[in-house]
Design a protein around this ligand. Structure first.
Ligand SMILES: O=C(O)CCC(=O)C(=O)O
Length: 328
């Protein structure tokens, strides 16, 4: 494959997520909301302040007011980083302008070590701890469980990988997070997962897999670093981000409890050209404000391995730390 990271146009023209979206949408608003109730209750029990965030952080006036409380951060001498000499202030400026900064490359030794760990450590299919398998045995696992396995998460197991811990603790990541989110920035997620090509997926599994434009609402102010640990082209389910969508939002998308919205509604507001499809070789990394609209796309013919390190400003939730829908 071409090893140059590329930023392409909207996936609606190139990838066909429309079919998937039609399936995902056919679930109906009420059914989608109802499916999330146990997750909402778990979040509320863990942190009662979550409710105010959940209701208000989707509206632009409340968000802007909250951003005013961000503690200013002074420029300090940068500490050595595995990502080289990148100015956190510059990255934060790009994030403020576009909602995304794409100039991060994970060193090959780190990429290989984490990929090796993720290949030899069993993952959990479709966010379900009962569906445990090794990524290279994906086809056999689908036959064994009698169902499609779209994703495989390692949850807390990734913390046993020294290279993943080194990425999580790299001084550049926290410096960018502090410059963007304010001095309160703290680590709130670390996860790795596979996205697998699969022949037929159930509607429920497609819904869970985030194959439609959505924004994240786990905290008032958030930042997510993503690193591809396998080569990702159009066939491997690239990530898509809608530039500038973190700072403008149509009223209809503020005054609803849903976070996922149809492509045509999102792209008619921000413009087709704002949707950026991120492809690149293993090691390619980018950081985005996940209040901006984004989505994963279905891996068509090749699996994708991804790592996420997320920052927020509130106490990390046990549930979202490794991306698990509900911790039982
Ligand atoms: O898999 C992806 O590329 C998207 C992940 C995502 O939507 C998220 O972390 O909120």
């Amino acid at each position: 494959m071409d090893q140059t990271p590329t930023l392409g146009p909207s996936p609606t023209s190139r990838n066909q997520p429309k079919d998937l979206e039609t399936i995902a949408r056919s679930g109906g608003v009420l059914r989608r909301m109802a499916a999330r109730v146990p997750t909402y209750l778990a979040d509320l029990r863990e942190n009662p302040a979550w409710l105010a965030m959940f209701l208000l952080a989707r509206t632009m006036p409340a968000r802007r007011a909250h951003w005013l409380t961000a503690r200013k951060v002074a420029d300090t001498a940068s500490q050595p980083s595995m990502f080289g000499d990148i100015s956190p202030r510059m990255a934060a400026e790009a994030l403020r302008r576009d909602g995304i900064f794409t100039g991060l490359t994970l060193p090959a030794e780190m990429t290989n070590e984490i990929a090796q760990f993720a290949t030899t450590t069993p993952c959990f299919g479709n966010f379900d701890r009962k569906l445990e398998f090794l990524a290279p045995e994906h086809d056999k696992a689908e036959a064994r469980f009698g169902r499609s396995l779209l994703s495989g998460h390692h949850f807390e197991r990734i913390l046993q990988c020294p290279a993943a811990l080194a990425v999580q603790k790299d001084p550049l990541l926290i410096a960018i997070a502090r410059h963007y989110l304010g001095g309160e920035a703290q680590l709130i997620t670390t996860r790795t997962w596979w996205s697998f090509p699969t022949k037929a997926a159930s509607e429920a599994d497609l819904n869970k897999a985030s194959f439609k434009f959505h924004f994240d609402l786990d905290d008032w102010r958030m930042l997510k670093f993503f690193f591809y640990l396998s080569d990702v082209d159009d066939e491997a389910g690239p990530h898509v981000f809608v530039r500038t969508s973190h700072r403008r939002r149509r009223l209809k998308h503020q005054l609803t409890l849903l976070v996922g919205h149809p492509s045509e509604e999102v792209l008619s507001f921000y413009g087709q050209e704002s949707a950026t499809t991120l492809t690149g070789p293993a090691g390619f990394g980018f950081v985005e404000d996940p209040f901006g609209f984004h989505m994963g796309t279905l891996a068509k013919t090749k699996p994708r391995l991804m790592m996420e390190v997320g920052f927020g400003i509130s106490k990390p939730s046990r549930r979202r730390y490794h991306g698990e829908p509900i911790v039982r």
